[in-house]
Design a protein around this ligand. Structure first.
Ligand code: SF4
Ligand code: SF4
Length: 58
């Protein structure tokens, strides 16, 4: 389990990257959208709360 980004909804704003306490989120160099490293994600939910597009779920 880890946070999952809906690439269709993600605008690439980067808010989730700043919110993640474990640095498990990055902006993908290919498409500019958020990507989760599922091996690092601690499922804290912080990124879900800050995403203005509602693009992240657990
Ligand atoms: S759920 Fe928490 S640990 Fe996982 S990507 Fe979001 S902010 Fe980071
Ligand atoms: S906060 Fe939401 S819209 Fe912004 S980069 Fe992260 S997933 Fe995409």
């Amino acid at each position: 389990m880890s946070a999952v980004v809906d690439k269709e909804k993600c605008t690439g704003c980067g808010e989730c990257v700043l919110s993640c306490p474990l640095d498990s989120l990055t902006l993908d160099e290919e498409d500019g959208k958020a990507a989760v490293d599922s091996d690092i994600c601690g499922e804290c939910g912080a990124c879900i709360d800050v995403c203005p597009a509602g693009a992240i779920s657990l």
